[in-house]
Design a protein around this ligand. Sequence first.
Ligand SMILES: *Cc1c(COP(=O)(O)O)cnc(C)c1O
Length: 444
Amino acid sequence: MDAAIAAEKSWIPESLRRVEAAAAARLLPGSADAIETRLMGLIEAHERHMDRETLGLNAGTNVMNPRAAALLARSLGNRPSLGYVGDKYEMGMQFAEQIEVVAEGLVKRLFRAPFAEIRVGSGALANLYVFMATCRPGDRIMAMPPELGGHVTHHRAGAAGLYGLEIHPLPVDAAATAIDLERLRADAKRLLPKVITVAGSLCLFPYPVRELRAIADEIGAVLLYDAAHMAGIIAGGRFQAPLEEGAHVMTMSTYKAYGGPPSGLVLTADAALAARLDPIAYPGLTANFDLGKTAALALATLDLLEHGPAYAGTCIANAQALGAALAAEGLPVHAVPGRGHTASHHLALHAAPYGGGQAASKTLAAANILLCGIGLPLPPVAGDLNGIRIGTQEVTRWGLEPAHMPDIARLIARVWRDGEDPAAVRRDVVALRRGFQTMRYVRG
Ligand SMILES: *Cc1c(COP(=O)(O)O)cnc(C)c1O
């Protein structure tokens, strides 16, 4: 390795520094052609692994309509589109700028939202935009805690903390895996947060948005619904309608259940809030926002307008069938008394029997079944997460239906319950996946 650029990342664990150094030693020597060949080989291997040979049960990902994905490579993203449609700073954008009109109009139609900010690079930035539009550094917010799926962007290490907000957790009713509304009302009156966040990275059941809005109104707070995960099934009309139920603003990622490009959105019915978001998008935090992603988002949104209800319905039916099948195999599926396993495309399992959520996920990944850990309102597991999260959106897009869920449950049980060699299970996973290679719920 070039001595001049061989600095040590001293803040990274030694074991990971060794992994990265070994990869660099393997990938970077030789000619430009040799390096390009290795780069293309990695992309091929990744696509075969992720898109052909694994069962993707990770809630925080999805496959994209290939026609939408192809738009990312068109001649759009490197042509900056700065300013309002009809008055761009750069010349020559009279055709390209109309792509923004299409995407914004479709997104507003999909979510029945009067205002949509589409110039948002990611779900994390969408949350930052809202914090900047509603708070000053030093203000208080109340955020979904990690044991109810609260995302890092609502907390100290993420957008909220980096912007200098003082963050207080929403109180938890652990037995119900829910927000304790009575305690929240008392806490909110004492703390006077500027923003209350709801929803997160694990959303098993709809949230009491009307009740939360009533509490927010008592203290003049803004209610932010983070639909990073639920966007796709909210779009399909199968979970809840946060803006209609009273959320002031809804943020989301567009590459998870939405099935679009890696980007973000902020939606609101509040014109004053939309006006404060506009200059944060530009000239505030973006110059070029990548019109290629905007075009891909428009196509993904057309998919949801046409197939959203059927897609969302199958995602939920698959999650409910998989929950029942995993429980029938004797696995510890998280259930909420009186409500069951889930009303969304998410499911959770207790991770303590498997040494923690990330440890269990790594074991299963060796069998080509992909998911990851999550926090639950249960006793902690030292050095790991205490829950495991499943999302059915990707297997649903690959055409798996409720009748296939017992097969998946059995494959998972062979690894976690029976301790079978993951390599043996992997052969059966690859064989199962071979039968599901056509993407569903996308326009042809
Ligand atoms: C994934 C996620 C985000 C961040 O989204 P990115 O688009 O990956 O930045 C924000 N909020 C929640 C609840 C999430 O799960």
